[in-house]
Design a protein around this ligand. Structure first.
Ligand code: NAP
Length: 308
């Protein structure tokens, strides 16, 4: 089906970025938006995150061809129930949630009669809210679609074409596999950042001011990730529990092996791992998945490769 009217539910970082990107890159589309917070709706109007920011979810979706839920994964079901009776029967429903199996189940429960094509744009920052979005967020980033087995190819194609217009590259994946992959590339790294920042702030023999003063030694890069939205990330861990626990088991084993290498003075093992990880960093840059966007001054480091 051809998509002409898109409704965005939740106008924070992701919803706002979709609105701005669609208005800039897909001018033929009409974008409506809704957020449950009146202050967010006001800010969204002021920033032009949608052509029309509605005061009810029902008004936002009533003529939509595609509805995209951009709320925390734990809020997907309630948000979908909020407009279920007003949703056109032919509208495709999608989302941007960071975990896919639980969201697919939640949306299927709330909207049993509509086509549901879940999606996850693997793009974000540590910021949240209606002022955080920007039109380039999805440029050259991957958007993973996890359609159910019985999804109509035309619906998958419509959602895929929408994300391509926003500048993203699209990949189709099984939801369970998505949850495992993202556990290791996104969820565990966030858990490690939250934990190390928590550990440092709880130390008794190193003062808090020392931790902050000497953070350029590496700690500050963890603080950027650990500043991510608490509600969003609480929901991710509660909703992708089994994949996260599986990957965490693997990570704990590897951490124990590193602990042993240090205790035994096994420099070769440390050097081997650190050389392999350097190559991964190079590959990330070569693939275009890191760039010089200003986030926490990292742009300076990218511009000056000699900087530590
Ligand atoms: P955000 O900036 O906090 O925006 C979410 C917005 O949704 C908030 O304004 C929130 O309002 C609103 N909301 C919550 N429940 C609602 C409901 N029932 N109806 C309408 N609006 C509701 O969050 P975000 O970073 O855009 O994340 C949104 C989704 O994108 C999450 O599922 C997340 O997993 C996914 N995602 C995030 C990133 C990232 O890096 N941030 C990347 C990829 C995917 P309140 O503040 O009142 O709750």
């Amino acid at each position: 089906m051809s998509i002409e009217r898109v409704a965005i539910i939740g106008l924070g970082l992701l919803g706002g970025s979709i609105g701005l990107a669609a208005r800039e890159r897909a001018p033929g589309l009409t974008i409506t938006g809704y957020d449950r917070d009146p202050a967010v709706r006001e800010a969204a109007r002021a920033r032009g995150l949608a052509h029309e920011v509605c005061d009810t979810a029902a008004a936002a979706v009533s003529d939509a061809d595609l509805v995209i839920l951009c709320v925390p994964v734990g809020a997907m079901e309630a948000a979908a129930q909020g407009f279920a009776t007003d949703l056109p029967a032919q509208a495709i429903v999608s989302d941007v949630g960071s975990s896919k199996q639980s969201v697919a189940q939640a949306l299927a429960r709330a909207l049993p009669d509509n086509a549901i094509i879940p999606a996850h744009p693997v793009a974000g920052t540590e910021r949240s809210g209606p002022m955080a979005g920007f039109a380039e967020l999805f440029t050259n980033r991957w958007c993973i679609l996890t359609p159910p087995e019985n999804a109509a190819p035309a619906d998958i194609e419509a959602v895929s074409a929408f994300w391509t217009r926003l500048g993203a590259r699209v990949e189709i994946m099984d939801a369970a596999h998505h949850d495992l992959v993202l556990a290791v590339t996104s969820h565990i790294p966030h858990l490690i950042a939250y934990t190390i920042v928590g550990t440092a702030s709880d130390l008794e023999d190193v003062t808090r001011s020392e931790v902050i003063k000497y953070s350029a030694g590496g700690f500050r890069d963890f603080t950027r990730i650990a500043a991510s939205d608490p509600v969003m990330w609480r929901d991710v861990f509660l909703n992708n529990r089994s994949a996260v626990l599986e990957m965490l088991g693997r990570f704990s084993e590897d951490l124990t092996a590193m602990q042993r290498a240090i205790r035994e003075g096994d420099g070769e093992r440390l050097h081997d791992l650190f050389s392999r990880t350097r190559a991964i960093r190079r590959a990330v840059i070569e693939e275009g998945q890191d760039d010089d966007r200003p986030d926490f001054g990292r742009s300076d480091h990218v511009a000056d490769p000699s900087a530590e």
